[in-house]
Design a protein. Structure first.
Length: 231
């Protein structure tokens, strides 16, 4: 736990260093970080991921790069305060991908993402989503550091698996809101880390989120190292 606290402190130092050079984070993200982030997220969805990295469910249509760019842009344009967020903000992303979807949330069971994953029953998804956003709007969630907020959001939304199609991509990109609202860069992941992500997610489903937070902190540190070296 001490090591994680030190990593978070180091990340905040990188953030402060960048803040002394520029405040135009949107341009930096668009130029340096959005392309590799989308490559990682689309690669994670497409599979084949090997051990610990499930591929797409059978029958899912593939998301294009341009569609993923629209999703990320929508997340970066989400300027609501955290205590105003609700399920419509996540549903909006789903509607951008599947505009003619009759039912917003999935109406059937889904395959587990890991050996410890128990997807929420379809009938319980609306209530689970309402409770998730109640938690997000709570003072206890607000007290968490942004990377912790992002990681816990990933954990719970992956667990719920709210949508029939493209749920992992939608919830992953949505979770970057928690970084962006506190003026952090988005993470810089590497495609070969996908199995490591699912291993950390598996631990998170067992209520041990430290590995997932550390995974995301390291990717955020990598983003700052890249950008600070380029500007």
């Amino acid at each position: 736990m001490f090591q994680l606290a030190a990593q978070l402190a180091s990340l905040d130092q990188q953030k402060q260093r960048l803040g002394k050079r520029t405040t135009d984070l949107r341009s930096l993200i668009d130029h340096y970080l959005a392309p590799p982030l989308l490559e990682y997220e689309l690669g994670k969805v497409r599979g084949p991921g090997g051990a610990g990295a499930p591929g797409p469910e059978q029958g899912q249509t593939e998301v294009s790069r341009s569609q993923a760019e629209v999703l990320l842009s929508a997340v970066m344009d989400l300027t609501k305060a955290m205590d105003e967020l609700d399920s419509t903000d996540l549903l909006h992303l789903q509607e951008l991908l599947v505009p003619d979807q009759e039912n917003s949330y999935r109406q059937s069971s889904s395959q587990p993402l890991t050996s410890t994953h128990k997807p929420v029953d379809p009938a319980l998804i609306p209530g689970a989503m309402d409770r998730f956003f109640e938690w997000v709007r709570s003072p206890s969630f607000a007290d968490l550091q942004a990377v912790e907020q992002m990681s816990l959001s990933q954990m719970r939304l992956y667990e719920i698996n709210p949508f029939l199609h493209h749920s992992p991509l939608i919830v992953s990109l949505f979770s970057h809101y928690f970084l962006l609202k506190d003026d952090y860069l988005v993470p810089l992941y590497e495609l070969e880390e996908v199995p490591k992500f699912y291993q950390a997610l598996e631990e998170a489903f067992q209520l041990s989120s430290e590995a997932l937070v550390r995974f995301n902190v390291q990717a955020c540190q990598r983003a700052y190292e890249l950008v600070l070296a380029r500007i």
